[in-house]
Design a protein around this ligand. Sequence first.
Ligand code: SAH
Length: 221
Amino acid sequence: MEDSVARAGLPLGGARRRLAEELRRKGINDSAVLAAIEATPRHFFVPSGVAHRAYEDSPIPIGSGQTISQPFVHARSLELLRLSESDRVLEVGTGSGYQTALLARLARHVYSIERVPALHEGAAAALRSLGVGNVTLECSDGTAGWPEHAPFDAIVVSAGAPDIPAPLVEQMAAGGRMVVPVGARGEQTIALLERTGNRIVRRDFDAVRFVPLIGEHGWAQ
Ligand code: SAH
């Protein structure tokens, strides 16, 4: 991917390095996650009018009433997932596709679902232009998961859920991890679920504000 970034003539390596350093200062320790952030051009995934803000540690509107998350929140979620190169990952809420690109660097294959067609298409174009090959995208309701490709070693939900969607729990592999923001519409906590055998252990982390997860096993609207 670095090659295609360089070919696109938009290196901005200094800005990406400064963002990774800022995240380390704020408490992100996973060096693979920080390296992925340093290598992935976030400005490819935000509207061109706000590209100059792409390396600030803040969320940015991406159209269709949705936002690309704050880099710190992406980094925290990825760190909690403890990804390895052999992992197959399900992402619910492709959005801009930025986190999809980070996941693609850290895992073997990423299956990512987005419900808004315009965002699905925009993310597909951005990922293609960066030459990211190990992703499969679909436009549908991700609260049902993606049974054809299950089970997944890791699942990341990028929108706030009222409860943990049951189909996603069913699609966790043995030893699988899932990160999902759960709570009220306006504020959630990041929950980490881990499956050992038939046991699911849940731990709660940071307070966050995600856009709602809308679908059969999420919010009605
Ligand atoms: N990680 C993304 C987050 C985008 S915001 C990024 O940083 O760009 C969350 C996304 O989840 C939105 O694009 C929204 O449309 C999508 N979403 C909400 N409910 C969904 C559902 N049931 N299935 C798939 N995508 C959903």
